[in-house]
Design a protein around this ligand. Structure first.
Ligand code: ATP
Ligand code: MG
Length: 424
């Protein structure tokens, strides 16, 4: 036998059955973003490597060690997108969508990072991202958080997620803070792990993000970013908090929340769960007012977030809250060769008259018992049976597969009524 070829580690197949849970999640996300008037944008999965280097930052986990970068046949350096924000800004600049305009956009699709695969962490994973351009107030930041809160409510996840907020303030305030933090960390260099030592010069804020328990106490006593906030950023943050309070959304102010990407300023936030082990962040975002300009556009304020769909699917699985609909509503069987064409006609007529009804036609012949077994396995609620008697009497037999009801012979009109009740 020929050797089987396997999928690449960390890149998963989403199998039939599982895909229904994905569709359930994706459909609810589409409904929620639509409920706020956001429009979809679709970007390519491959971009020039420089796009990510210039936006995410050279000294970040993503650019330092996680990108899938390769040379194409022309010798150009290309990268499988590790996230969507940079591509979205690139597209917005390229098509003149950003300057002096307001855009509320969302996208969904695969992202690629060469990380160590484990539960909730994969090399191909999926994000839904939401990005807003042209608005700089805390009102829009609050709207984004409200949108995510509504999503959790719709998915039944509210009590399993908590919101953490921080402000990275202005570039100047952050730069002042960096000096103080670097000094403090330098004075405690003997407690820093190798990763942190390396970051001390290049990206000291990221050290605050460390989950190393040996550094926890020292980091807890570090100078606080909020002590360096500029007045405008403080006002912005207070404005966001007031709006969340008014909306009844609870949060904690996490002084050490800095996010792993360089382009953020002012508001940053994460929705976190304790139910997924170390991979606890399901949604993260913030303001990136400088990025549009940094990527060659004219200065445009921006804010957005991205959520990891695998982590949400895992949560839904654990809670088993997504009631998975079967893929089929009605299964149509034919008994005897004569009945085959009339059965196909019934199935097609149902599809004509009940858009959205999922009708599976039995194929491959077989006796009554075999066909009913298939019908049952399909998950359908009803089996329709055409045979010689049904043709002679101009009826169709209906067998209820999930209810304790006797089989019935129905005219088309009667059948229509039954279908209307199950298909609303
Ligand atoms: P983490 O700290 O878990 O590595 P991150 O800060 O790198 O996350 P972001 O770049 O902010 O993550 O991406 C937003 C969201 O995308 C994350 O909160 C998470 O839900 C999801 N995500 C990121 N990387 C992965 C991955 N390798 N596999 C699955 N989901 C991921
Ligand atoms: Mg990461």
């Amino acid at each position: 036998m020929a050797k089987q070829i396997q999928a690449i580690r960390g890149m998963n197949d989403i199998l039939p059955g599982q895909s229904r849970r994905w569709q359930y999640l994706e459909n609810i996300i589409r409904q929620v973003v639509a409920a706020y008037g956001y429009d979809e944008i679709r970007m390519p999965v491959v971009e020039q490597t420089d796009l990510f280097k210039r936006s995410i930052g050279e000294v970040t986990d993503i650019v330092e060690k996680e990108m899938y970068t390769f040379e194409d046949r022309n010798g150009d350096s290309l990268t499988l997108r590790p996230e969507g924000t940079a591509s979205c800004v690139r597209a917005g600049n390229e098509h003149g969508l950003l300057y002096n305009q307001q855009q509320r956009l969302w996208y969904m699709g695969p992202m690629f990072r060469h990380e160590r695969p484990q539960k909730g962490r994969y090399r191909q994973f999926h994000q839904v991202g939401v990005e807003v351009f042209g608005l700089d107030g805390p009102d829009i930041d609050a709207e984004l958080i409200q949108m995510t809160a509504r999503l959790w409510k719709t998915l039944g996840l509210t009590e399993h997620l908590t919101l953490e907020l921080n402000s990275l303030a202005s570039n100047e305030a952050r730069a002042n803070y960096k000096v103080a933090l670097t000094e403090y960390l330098g004075a405690h260099a003997e407690l820093l792990d190798d990763d942190s030592k390396r970051r001390l010069e290049s990206n000291p804020l990221r050290i605050l993000d460390s989950k190393n328990p040996a550094m926890a106490e020292m980091l807890a006593a570090a100078p606080k970013l909020s002590e360096y906030w500029d007045d405008e950023s403080r006002e912005h943050f207070n404005g966001l908090c007031a709006r969340l309070d008014a909306a009844g959304i609870t949060y904690t102010h996490n002084e050490r929340l800095v996010r792993g990407l360089d382009y953020y300023n002012r508001s940053v936030f994460e929705w976190v769960t304790t139910s997924l082990g170390a991979q606890g962040t399901v949604c993260a975002g913030g303001r990136y007012d400088g990025l549009v300009e940094q990527l060659g556009g004219k200065g445009t304020p921006a804010v957005g977030f991205a959520m990891g769909l695998e982590r949400l699917v895992l949560m839904l699985e654990q809670l088993d809250q997504a009631d998975l609909p079967a893929a089929v509503d009605v299964y149509v069987s034919a008994m005897g060769e004569q009945a085959e064409l009339p059965a196909v006609k019934i199935a097609e007529r149902l599809r004509d008259e009940f858009p959205g009804l999922r009708v599976m036609q039995h194929c491959g012949g077989g006796n009554f018992k075999k066909q009913l077994k298939r019908a049952d396995k399909s998950g359908a609620r009803l089996a329709l049976i055409m045979g010689d008697d049904e043709i002679a009497n101009e009826v169709v037999s209906v067998k209820y597969l999930r209810e304790d009801k006797p089989q019935q012979s129905l005219t088309w009109d009667q059948l229509s009524q039954v279908i209307t009740t199950i298909h609303s």
